[in-house]
Design a protein around this ligand. Structure first.
Ligand code: F6P
Length: 549
């Protein structure tokens, strides 16, 4: 394995030497030596606040990490992305989700063509369509207003709109129920179809390629269900599409006037800002959707112009690199203390893991360093009563990103104070831990016998020194959500640059898709035992009999 650009950088060895010292620090010590850590290691941008003081780092760490980022060309690569260069080199594509949230008068070129007029033409179409559906002007085939919107898509054509509609629940039009169907497992679509009325339901078939098996199967099932109850002439009022593939959309029977296009320079997991965001625009209205785009644009401006040392996405990315490549931590937990962000960890899973879950460099050489950690999580306080035990006392150290809003989107008294208290207490507990002496003193105060104290002390001791970031916003508004997603997009970009991977392709999902196509006919037709190993043959045989015993 050749040396990667990461380890070859001149800034790498000083970081490695610094790590030899830093790995022995305890954050309790850092906080007592540097009482101003909170003000020193926090930053505000685009309506978000990041406290990164509860991390195993100091000024030198951040200076050295920023030097590494500079040497790896982060600023130049960021500028190349913003200016429409084809930085997705394995697919020869520009990467311009930032253009989707840029103001109308911006000029961003791909292949010598300004993309902004087309971006805004589609946004105007979204505005017009969303207003007609919301006002009741767009009706179903029997003249009734739309009450249910069913988005059929998967991956980037599902996770973004689903997560965002859930997150901005408080702003959703009261007449509209939003549904999201993604899984090829028909239990998913079946549970939706059994609850909606064809006369008042709008299906959005969302697929960049319009070839994805899951989406096409679900779309066909929805179409069949609809045609069983209504005529083919009624279909255009109930099916619209979001895609880059006009031919396939027309072949499906959707009126291409009701097709919302986007472009090959929008990656699936970066597409919520494009027409893939149509369900969100329908749900919260175009003006709110525009605020969502503006929140992301504000984060873009910050990422583009702030020095690396005070650049929020860069800081988040560098801290992740510090833990992944020096400490060797292999996973990251996302803990939103906001029920409406319950799908945010799943969204980030695709964003970070599909982008940076790569094992070769941009040039195709095997990496000699670790790349993306596993990203997972759930909302607080639920996680506290499930897996937080491992975060506090397990043998692995797993950094946590806490995310919370200062103000709730509901009016119920008391809850929010308790929620925030728990959020802040978790980061404090992870950082401080509880020493054996503290555990013993606590038990003595509770009147336990010395023998019992000796037995219990190891179990009631917490090592602490477990890192976390805390990201705060005023409230979970469209603009704050836009900024939050863009924050993680640019964090992902930063890490991809440092690791020297192409963050914008996803060849890793292809092999399984191809093998599924091979196996499918064998489940009902003639098996091909020579084509597989004994495990796969055994599983196919079981599925064919449909019986375990
Ligand atoms: O899982 C691979 C992937 O290509 C994702 O990147 C993408 O978001 C998803 O499939 C859906 O693709 P499409 O929008 O083309 O149906």
């Amino acid at each position: 394995m050749s040396q990667s650009a990461f380890t070859a950088a001149a800034a790498h060895d000083p970081l490695q030497s610094h790590f030899a010292e830093a790995k022995n620090w305890h954050m309790r010590m850092l906080f007592s030596q540097e009482p101003d850590r909170f003000s020193r290691f926090s930053v505000k941008a685009a309506g978000l606040f990041l406290d990164y003081s509860k991390n195993r780092l100091n000024d030198t760490t951040m200076r050295l990490l920023a030097a590494l980022a500079r040497e790896r060309g982060l600023e130049q690569q960021r500028d190349a992305m913003f200016s429409g260069k084809k930085i997705n080199t394995t697919e020869q594509r520009a990467v311009l989700h930032v253009a989707l949230r840029a103001p109308r008068n911006a000029a961003i070129q791909v292949d010598g063509q300004d993309v902004m007029p087309e971006v805004h033409r589609v946004l105007d179409h979204i505005r017009d369509f969303a207003e007609r559906v919301r006002s009741g002007q767009w009706t179903g085939c029997t003249g009734k207003s739309i009450t249910d919107v069913v988005n059929i898509g998967i991956g980037g054509s599902d996770l973004g709109p689903e997560m965002a509609c859930r997150a901005l629940r408080a702003f959703v039009h009261p007449r509209l129920s939003m549904h999201f169907v993604s899984n090829v497992d028909a239990h998913d679509i079946d549970s939706v179809l059994s609850h909606v009325n064809p006369e008042t339901t709008l299906f959005i078939i969302a697929s960049k390629t319009f070839t994805t098996v899951e989406t096409m199967m679900n779309a066909q099932s929805a179409r069949t269900w609809f045609l069983r109850q209504r005529g083919a002439a009624d279909l255009p009022k109930h099916f619209v599409a979001v895609s880059t593939n006009t031919k396939a959309v027309a072949a499906f029977g959707i009126d291409t006037n009701n097709m919302f296009p986007f472009w090959d320079w929008v990656g699936g997991r970066y597409s919520i800002w494009s027409a893939i965001g149509l369900p969100l625009a329908l749900a919260i209205g175009y003006d709110r959707f525009a605020e969502f785009l503006a929140g992301a644009h504000a984060m873009d401006q910050h990422f583009r112009t702030a020095p690396l040392e005070s650049n929020m996405p860069v800081i988040l990315g560098l801290i992740g690199v510090w833990y992944r490549n020096f400490f060797g931590f292999s996973s990251l937990t996302i803990a939103p203390y906001h029920q409406d962000l319950e799908r945010f960890p799943a969204y980030l899973q695709q964003l970070e893991m599909e982008s940076n879950g790569k094992r070769v460099s941009k040039e195709g050489n095997a990496l000699n360093i670790a790349s993306c950690p596993a990203v997972w999580g759930d909302v607080g306080t639920n996680g506290q009563h499930a897996y937080f035990q491992l975060l506090h006392q397990g043998t692995d150290v797993i950094p946590v990103d806490f995310i919370a809003a200062l103000k709730p989107s509901h009016a119920l008294p008391g809850h929010h104070t308790v929620l925030l208290a728990n959020c802040f207490a978790q980061s404090e507990a992870l950082m401080r831990g509880k020493t054996s002496d503290e555990a013993r003193a606590e038990m003595r105060a509770q009147g336990l016998a010395e023998d019992d104290i000796d037995t219990l002390a190891p179990h009631r001791t917490f090592p602490g020194n477990r890192p976390s970031n805390t990201i705060l916003m005023d409230a979970l508004t469209p603009s704050a959500l836009g900024a939050l997603i863009a924050l993680y997009e640019h964090k992902t970009f930063t890490q991809g640059v440092l690791w020297d991977v192409n963050s914008f392709d996803q060849w890793g999902v292809e092999l399984g898709k191809a093998l599924a196509k091979n196996i499918e006919p064998e489940l009902t037709g003639t098996p091909r035992p020579d084509a597989h190993d004994s495990s796969t043959n055994g599983l196919i045989a079981l599925a064919r009999t449909g019986l375990i015993s």
